[in-house]
Design a protein around this ligand. Structure first.
Ligand code: WTA
Length: 636
């Protein structure tokens, strides 16, 4: 028997040791016992991090939707698969059973087929958090099309870049989306994006807000017309374990987003296994992850992981502040949610509000609380633990990445003793290491370094779409034969890991990864801007906020600075999205640079963070004099 479900700490250690001693047989047992394969693998794992090339379950065949849907029909057909909670609390929640979901996914898959979508084609999905989003994702998987979900908060230009990068011929979108008391015109954004994405020949439009939209003849089609007519049986396309399942974009330290490619078999096994253990999922649980399916958390822990376990997964369309700050807790009470998984930024925002918003609800159904996306600070951890969990629900601080596909370091609730701000121990199969400045592994405990992973796990991304060299350079070149995470971490006296944050030019704002380069590119497009540098600084709710140092061209000098600030932020919102707007903009006469012309962000970071006591040696700079003037005029 495999150790699919860990129930106590001793068992964790036993399983962990086994998983490290012989990863192949560990994952093979799990894959064998808990999933439906059309054909078993010839080889469990082959890998070479120097190429890099990683293959799990090579030769195996399957369809992930048969694992997420078909195989549950025998015993769970009437069980709720997706519990949809609309933005408007007066609109009825929708319980979509496994039978319904299977039917709707099959119909949607037939719609895609009728539009000429074939195995291997990329399908862009730009939808709000409505059932059609999960259904579209699964429909692609049903027919072997590769979904590329773009978060529906991204701007037209960000959407277009992503569509073009992986050459999508079709997009599934909606007329609009409801967010609190706002209605956003999504179709408008899509229309703008498609002006720069002529490759898209078809746009399927889901009706949600009934906003008036322009339908372009020959390109735009209402989904409901096609959906109603579609057959409700669709044979699953047989996929190889290493066939791509999806592409998901993440920011990098250069301008272009990275289309991380995840494949089918390993991703399924790992997300299902980690879902079961990290959330200690049991048959009658009601599990809720508040992320958006536009991010990896939603892919792995709203859609695939839960459904592969036959779970009930809540999908929430709205925002935590609407109609008031008690919305999350109202939903927990209403649906008797047992596992609740959210981001530290949401906790910090809610912790600022009156305690009555959380105290007035009955939260006794909760058994496990989770966080993801950024380090959780101690204060937020305690608030979550005291007021939401009532000190009765363990908090799992889960560390992982778009690239890792699934949770990597996390407590196993009711097994691993938790400590605030510590992601604690690696999950079975995960072999972390900390590296020093000389690229040597740091042994022992009570040490700090750069976090790497020594051995492949089943859901590691296999490449960056269309750019394997960049994949190798970004993740496998810093340390020989290791995957480099881009994060720093500390290992304490008992071997617990605490993630300290990014060590590259990615800044995490409200749990969203933002590369500095694309933001600077957007700013530099402003005709009055000569040069810019972005750094993060600590922010109560967002974790980090963005501070921009901008030098102006002559044409910009003498212009009203607040107007300029607005224009620059508007430009960022258009190019990337409102999440990337700057909180502070300081106009400077120059940026501190090394003699080779590299901007010294370290200094700018310190100034933005009000830590100007010791700026380090600045004498080697090309222009040390600008530091003083930047410091004197800092917006702190
Ligand atoms: C950060 C999200 C501290 C980290 C699943 C990582 C965290 C980046 C944690 C990936 C955590 C995620 N504690 N930091 N529990 N979880 N991070 O790709 O810097 O959106 O590299 O994946 O978020 O963000 P991504």
């Amino acid at each position: 028997m495999s150790n699919y479900h860990i129930k106590h700490l001793e068992e964790y250690w036993q399983v962990y040791r086994k998983s490290v001693r012989n990863p192949e047989s560990f994952w093979e047992e799990i894959a064998e016992e808990h999933f439906l394969w059309r054909k078993k693998w010839d080889n469990v794992l082959s890998w070479d991090f120097s190429k890099p090339e990683i293959k799990w379950f090579e030769g195996a065949q399957l369809n992930i939707t048969e694992n997420c849907l078909d195989r549950h029909l025998a015993s769970r057909a009437d069980k709720t698969a997706i519990l949809f909670e609309p933005n408007n609390p007066d609109e009825k929640a929708e319980h979509i059973t496994y039978r319904d979901l299977h039917r709707r996914v099959s119909k949607m898959a037939n719609v895609l087929k009728s539009q000429g979508v074939k195995k291997g084609d990329r399908v862009c999905i730009y939808l709000p958090m409505i059932p059609e989003l999960a259904i579209s994702v699964l429909a692609c998987a049903r027919i072997g099309a590769v979904h590329s979900v773009v978060f529906a908060g991204f701007s037209a230009s960000a959407l277009s870049t992503r569509i073009n990068d992986c050459d999508c011929k079709i997009i599934i979108c909606a007329d609009g989306s409801f967010r609190g008391n706002k209605t956003l015109d999504l179709k408008d954004i899509v229309d703008k994006a498609l002006e720069n994405s002529p490759g898209v020949k078809t746009s399927l439009v889901v009706r949600r807000t009934n906003t008036t939209v322009v339908m372009k003849e020959g390109r735009d089609v209402w989904l409901d017309d096609l959906f109603d007519k579609a057959e409700d049986v669709c044979k699953a396309t047989v996929m190889d374990a290493e066939d791509p399942l999806f592409i998901l974009y993440t920011s990098g330290s250069t301008g272009k987003p990275k289309g991380m490619v995840h494949t089918t078999g390993g991703y399924m096994v790992y997300t299902a296994y980690t879902f079961k253990n990290v959330f200690q999922y049991r048959e009658d649980d009601i599990y809720w992850c508040t992320a958006d399916i536009g991010w990896i958390t939603g892919h792995s822990y709203i859609v695939y992981g839960p459904l592969a376990n036959g779970a009930t997964t809540v999908m929430f369309e709205g925002v935590p502040s609407y109609p008031d700050y008690g919305r999350f807790w109202g939903i927990v009470e209403k649906h008797k949610v047992t596992q609740f998984y959210t981001a530290p930024t949401a906790i910090r925002a809610l912790a600022k509000e009156n305690l009555n918003f959380v105290e007035k609800y009955n939260l006794s159904s909760l058994k496990v609380l989770g966080t993801v996306g950024e380090p959780i600070n101690e204060e937020a951890w305690h608030w979550y633990n005291d007021h939401v969990g009532k000190k009765n629900s363990p908090i799992v601080d889960t560390w992982w990445q778009t690239e890792t596909g699934g949770i990597m370091i996390s407590p196993i609730p009711y097994s691993t003793p938790t400590i605030p701000t510590f992601a604690t121990l690696p999950l079975p199969g995960i072999q972390p290491a900390l590296m020093d400045e000389n690229a040597k592994e740091i042994q022992g405990n009570q040490v700090e370094g750069r976090l790497t992973i020594k051995f492949p796990w089943p859901s590691i991304a296999r490449t960056i779409y269309g750019n394997h060299d960049r994949y190798r350079d970004t993740y496998f070149s810093a340390y020989k034969d290791m995957y480099f995470t881009g994060d720093g971490a500390r290992r304490d006296a008992v071997g617990y890991y605490r993630i300290t944050g990014r060590v590259d030019d990615v800044i995490i704002v409200s749990g969203h990864n933002l590369g500095t380069a694309p933001i600077e590119d957007a700013i530099n497009e402003h005709p009055a801007v000569a040069e810019s540098a972005i750094v993060g600084f600590p922010h109560d709710i967002k974790g980090n906020a963005l501070y921009g140092y901008i030098t102006l061209k002559e044409t910009g000098e003498g212009r009203d600075q607040d107007n300029l600030r607005n224009e620059i932020n508007q430009l960022i919102a258009t190019r990337i999205g409102p999440i990337a707007k700057l909180d502070k903009i300081q106009f400077t006469e120059g940026l501190p640079k090394t003699r080779s012309g590299k901007i010294m962000r370290r200094i700018l970071r310190k100034i933005a963070g009000k830590d100007t006591e010791n700026l380090g040696d600045i004498s080697t700079l090309l222009n040390p004099e600008v530091v003083k003037s930047i410091k004197n005029n800092a917006l702190v």
